[in-house]
Design a protein around this ligand. Structure first.
Ligand SMILES: Nc1ncnc2c1ncn2[C@@H]1O[C@H](COP(=O)(O)OP(=O)(O)OP(=O)(O)O)[C@@H](O)[C@H]1O
Ligand SMILES: [Mg+2]
Length: 233
């Protein structure tokens, strides 16, 4: 990976109030390509994304994005800089239509071309623009959540378990879309489907109890005997 990372997180400590959940976490993401963040339940994956996004404050450590230290900035400013985030939960407004949900994603670059791009990308959404988001299938909801984040044309797209609750037949479709996106932007993928994550990503980090326990090229992490140790319940 080149030194000119789009995102560079160094020695990050963060958590919830006085309860620390991340301990000296360092990761980096290049401007193109995907990195995977793996780890068992409670390892700190979502906390890491929330802290990089700015939903949780940084206790100490640095978050450099596109050449600027952003750890003191509110999430909204990070969004304007090009940080896109699809949270694990509550990523869409269930009572609003697909169209309304997408319109709310136009914060960074409110233009038609973004909308066309997303509907081209997820044609299933184009057929359901007037449908209430709460009535979509699990897979369609995830596509809508990703679509909303992509509409803002982020430089970095962080996805927290984009295939959770998605029927197996649709998982491959989402994986293909993520591969496509990672050719155009930096992608950070948090996934429980280890094989899928290591297929989409070129580099992987494995978290264990708030620490980075293992990292390396996806192929080496896949064959590393320590992987299962860190993922075992
Ligand atoms: N809102 C919260 N308040 C206090 N502690 C929290 C909160 N959310 C998460 N934690 C704690 O922080 C730690 C890391 O949780 P986190 O949600 O980041 O894990 P995760 O790796 O995303 O797990 P999962 O795979 O289940 O989504 C856990 O010990 C968890 O209990
Ligand atoms: Mg999580």
């Amino acid at each position: 990976m080149s030194d000119a990372a789009l995102l560079q997180v160094d020695g990050l400590n963060a958590g919830y109030g006085r309860s620390q959940a991340l301990f000296g976490v360092s990761i980096k993401a290049p401007a193109r390509g995907a990195i995977a963040v793996l780890g068992r339940n409670g390892a700190g994956k979502s906390t890491l994304l929330k802290t990089v996004f700015g939903e949780l404050p940084t206790m100490s450590g640095t978050i450099r994005f596109d050449g600027t230290a952003v750890e003191g900035e509110p999430a909204e400013r990070r969004v304007r800089r090009g940080v896109g985030y699809v949270p694990q939960e509550h990523a869409i407004f269930a009572k609003l239509t697909v169209r309304e949900n997408l319109a709310l994603g136009c914060v960074r670059q409110p233009d038609r071309s973004g909308m066309d791009y997303v509907l081209d990308f997820f044609p299933k959404l184009a057929q359901r623009l007037a449908q209430t988001a709460g009535t979509l299938s699990g897979g369609e909801r995830k596509m809508l959540a990703i679509g909303r984040a992509v509409l803002g044309r982020p430089k970095l797209l962080m996805l927290d378990e984009p295939t959770e609750g998605v029927w197996v037949g649709v998982i491959e479709e989402i994986a293909d879309r993520l591969k496509q996106l990672s050719r155009e932007m930096a992608v950070i993928l948090v996934e429980q489907h280890i094989e899928l994550a290591l297929e989409v990503a070129q580099h992987a980090y494995v978290m264990d109890r708030g620490h980075i326990a293992l990292e390396g090229p996806a192929a080496s992490v896949r064959s590393d005997p320590r992987l299962m140790h860190h993922l075992a319940p």
